[in-house]
Ligand binder design. Structure first.
Ligand SMILES: [Zn+2]
Length: 82
């Protein structure tokens, strides 16, 4: 399964990471869906492409002061696909 890792400080053509939100372009052939993931959802740790379900984004958020990473700024995001 191929995967690609993105860091919050870098600029990418196909991914935008801003604070606790990230927009991804699904890399699966014939899909190309853009979808948003964020760390404020209860299931923030990973989200499948809502169109094809064949790619999955996993976020690595910074720990917040309150403890736990929910709502934290995204440090790194990984997308895997079939
Ligand atoms: Zn897709």
């Amino acid at each position: 399964m191929p995967s690609k890792k993105y860091h919050c400080d870098d600029k990418y053509d196909e991914v935008d990471i801003h604070g606790n939100n990230a927009a991804f372009l699904c890399p699966v052939e014939n899909c190309g869906k853009v979808f948003i993931v964020n760390t404020t959802s209860m299931d923030f740790s990973s989200k499948k492409c809502p169109k094809c379900g064949k790619s999955r984004v996993t976020l690595l958020p910074k720990e917040s002061k309150k403890g736990g990473a929910q709502g934290g700024k995204i440090l790194e995001a990984t997308i895997e696909w079939d």
